[in-house]
Design a protein. Structure first.
Length: 189
């Protein structure tokens, strides 16, 4: 057994990451490259995770952006972005997904769009007698952006369609144009 300094001992461990430089055949460790390039060892490891080749890591610069996560051999790179865990969803993305799931389940269960109760339906309930059409419209306009991306406009009630046309006419024009486009194409043929 021989004596070795701390760096030599660490380099002899089985989990030490070794990079091979194709131009010279030399080998480099993470710590050696970090010291040579004046960066933190985590920077070297991140470069490998991002798909940098050994030569690029050793040279400290990217020669070409990655074209695909596949190596020329056809195998996915070990540290390809395709294999990384997906990033966590933001609160807005979670709300969006929940609303999409809610719309889907309501359509499957009841066959209708789960919009807030219409003003006409509210008038049938005494607890909503104090709600004026203006108050209802303001409340619906506040809720509309949350419902808009999930709504199948043609399945909404007539009163909802009228209210949506009033508060968001551009949306209705867009929906109408989409609906009429196939008809125009058929008419031309």
């Amino acid at each position: 057994m021989r004596w070795a300094d701390k760096r030599t001992q660490n380099n002899n461990k089985s989990d030490t990451r070794i990079f091979y430089y194709s131009r010279t055949g030399d080998t480099y460790t993470v710590s050696r490259l970090a010291k040579q390039q004046g960066v933190a060892p985590t920077t070297i490891r991140k470069r490998e995770e991002r798909g940098w080749s050994h030569d690029e890591i050793i040279e400290g610069k990217r020669t070409a952006p990655p074209s695909s996560p596949l190596h020329s051999s056809g195998y996915i790179q070990k540290h390809s972005p395709a294999l990384q865990q997906p990033r966590p969803l933001t609160a807005d993305e979670i709300r969006f997904k929940r609303m999409a799931d809610y719309y889907q389940s309501q359509r499957e269960m009841y066959g209708e769009e789960p919009l807030p109760m219409s003003y006409e339906d509210m008038q049938e309930h005494p607890e909503f007698a104090s709600v004026t059409p203006e108050k209802y419209e303001r409340k619906f306009a506040r809720l509309w952006p949350e419902h808009r991306p999930h709504l199948n406009f043609d399945n909404a009630s007539a009163s909802h369609q009228q209210l949506i046309a009033k508060i968001d006419p551009r949306y209705v024009l867009k929906i109408t144009a989409k609906r009429e486009k196939p008809n125009l194409l058929r008419a031309e043929v």
